[in-house]
Design a protein around this ligand. Sequence first.
Ligand code: DUC
Ligand code: ZN
Ligand code: ZN
Ligand code: ZN
Length: 483
Amino acid sequence: MSKVIKNGTIVTADRTWKADVLIKDEKIFAIGPDLHADHEIDATGCYVMPGGIDPHTHLEMPFMGTYSTDDFESGARAAVSGGTTMVVDFCLPSPGQSLLEAIQMWDNKSTRATCDYSFHMAITWWSEQVFNEMPQVVEKGITSFKHFMAYKGALMVDDDEMYASFQRCAELGALPLVHAENGDVVAGLQARLLEEGNNGPEAHAYSRPPEVEGEATNRAIMIADMAGTPLYVVHTSCEQAHEAIRRARQKGMRVFGEPLIQHLVLDESEYAHPDWDHAARRVMSPPFRNKQHQDSLWAGLQAGSLQVVATDHCAFTTEQKRFGVGDFTKIPNGTGGLEDRMPLLWTYGVKTGRLTMNEFVAVTSTNIAKILNMYPQKGAIVEGADADIVVWDPEAEKTISAKDQQSAIDYNVFEGIKVKGLPKTVLSRGEIVVDNGKVQPKPGHGQFVAREPHMAVNKALSQWKQVTAPRKVERTGIPASGV
Ligand code: DUC
Ligand code: ZN
Ligand code: ZN
Ligand code: ZN
């Protein structure tokens, strides 16, 4: 059945114009005046934009002795209800586990997704096996590899391993990603804070100051430069990290930075809240920062030195957060945001005049589609693109509340915030998944999006070389214990 979105104003990353959009067989078939189809969607007074892409989610992920509560079903429902039509989730092998086996697990988890999805692969350990599996991962359409510079003793990779993996990425045309925090310093600060009797959620923020992020971001950028590869820095939360990215870009390096909506909207005062649960629910890494850091992130989005707004959606219930009563290092790290990213960014970005509507589309969809090499299948309103479209009502308002959210957790870190600008109708590959503000989940409709590698720097693949004495890695099973 063909569909047409009529009477709206199309907003893309590069232009704004009035036209109808005709959809056939999951794709955009035509764009122009006066189009007709079997089913008409009225977009009078609305903007018609590429569906959002959230390139940073952790759905049903084994982490810190538990699993994040939103899975691909509730997570994708939350995504579409907020205008996001694609997520890129982190496939996370436990140290010692085969990358291909981990993909199998993520394939099984994602079968009930309502919207399309792709994966990044996490490099949580380094060995000849990992080295040899990386090309096979790329062949499966997973062309980005995440490295944790924090979570020492669990997910963290050392510099020699990171350098070796970055070189491997360079020759495969894959994009390395980093979680940039100095894990050694964080571990030291955590131990000292606990020794001094600081065991509450506020100590989480003290243990991860902006300096640990700035240092690690600089280090990752320099290592990427020496390995000859671009770099994508996830959850850039502070001026120190932003400054490193700006400087690298000015030198001609392809380094990308990704602020989260949480860091743009919420600040460190949340951790001083007298209610333990309130503060613990907001524990994530990196932690929320002060106003100066927020201003830096907004400036980066405006100036183009930061390119993408994501969520790092990793949702834990209050009960799970309470694993850390008496020891903040055991509070599962993570917050939600999938559902609220686009309305919040519209409210705090477009409505305040910080971002144009076209910039809004760029940072919520188009830029990451280009960075991850899936443009214009995703992130575009052009003939032939997937019909992932949000009809956005700039006049619709709501107050964010856990009681009407799709996420499976029992609270919302944005509770009580008023947003103006909401999705009215959302299409995922031509299927209506939000109809007049009502979510119509289609579990299983979502498909895996395979991505091509970028042009490889060096097609002649290298041979395995041991970097230093092999790290002792024991199969820990799933979930990764102690992580
Ligand atoms: N940070 C979080 O807060 N949660 C998941 C992983 C991460 O790096
Ligand atoms: Zn007509
Ligand atoms: Zn991270
Ligand atoms: Zn993350």
